[in-house]
Write a protein that binds this ligand. Structure first.
Ligand SMILES: [Zn+2]
Length: 268
């Protein structure tokens, strides 16, 4: 079985027709979930993507914002309950920076039944990651880095699959001059592009600390990135979004641009 990138959600924080951006990388022996969206909609979104909670043992959270971290609270609650019913075995490893781990622990403590919170020690393992940390999940290696967001501490990673494919994730941050050194020459870059530059008056990406398709495309060409997967997008016109974004990017970028919708699977 080949490795797949499964886009569980593709929307930005306030998107109305998509779940918040999160994705999985999956092969026969490997499954990593990256971010969890903002609520218990994660369960429906996972189900639509054909991913069982019982199979998730590795979750990377890029930053502490509600639209990325609150779904993790629900996943933990789900795992705790499944453990009680012997439907989940092993541990859920949650990788994140210090503020992510702190927030998750505090929210769980404040909102779970005491017995459930105590049970977390048996089935949840927090792995705090710092910039430049290197770690391995099975045969896939990861290097973490600061994506240099201006508004929140956000941790990205560069992962190398067994076959050598290099995937870079910037969370919901765009490719910028501050973080592009981490994405140079990668095969696939998954990053935020809030809307087209042509629509910046409508969606006001810069006011929201986000950026546009054109901005990402210009830098992706400069830094020799082979394929772009754009997420965390506005979702007013899902039917034409991919085509419109591709048209804008094509003026600046010669690689492939994918603007997935929820549930879309891409072979790596
Ligand atoms: Zn976000």
């Amino acid at each position: 079985m080949e490795t797949e990138l499964i886009m569980i959600g593709t929307g930005s924080a306030f998107s109305r027709h998509s779940y918040n951006s999160c994705f999985a990388i999956k092969s026969e022996s490997f499954l990593l979930l990256v971010d969890a969206g903002g609520g218990n909609g994660i369960f429906a979104a996972l189900q639509k993507s054909g991913i069982a909670v019982a199979d998730i043992h590795h979750l990377f959270i890029t930053h502490v914002h509600a639209d990325h971290v609150l779904g993790a609270i629900w996943l933990i609650r789900g795992v705790v309950n499944m453990v009680k019913d012997s439907l989940y075995s092993g541990k859920l490893n949650i990788y994140g920076n210090k503020s992510v781990i702190n927030a998750i622990c505090r929210i769980c403590q404040m909102t779970f039944l005491n017995a459930d919170y105590d049970k977390m020690a048996d089935c949840i393992k927090f792995v705090e990651v710092c910039n430049d940390d290197i770690f391995q999940i099975q045969n896939v290696s990861f290097r973490c880095f600061d994506v240099c967001s201006v508004n929140v501490e956000q941790t990205g990673f560069r992962m190398t699959l067994e076959g050598g494919t290099e995937i870079v994730c910037l969370g919901d941050e765009s490719l910028t001059l501050r973080n592009s050194c981490n994405a140079v020459n990668c095969d696939i870059l998954i990053c935020g592009a809030f809307c087209r530059y042509a629509d910046k008056e409508i969606y006001q990406p810069y006011e929201k600390y986000h950026s546009t398709v054109r901005d990402v495309a210009v830098l992706a060409e400069m830094f020799n990135i082979r394929n772009l997967v754009l997420v965390h997008c506005e979702d007013d016109d899902l039917t034409h979004r991919q085509e419109l974004y591709q048209d804008e990017a094509a003026d600046y970028y010669s690689g492939m641009v994918i603007v997935p919708t929820d549930g879309e699977r891409l072979r790596l």
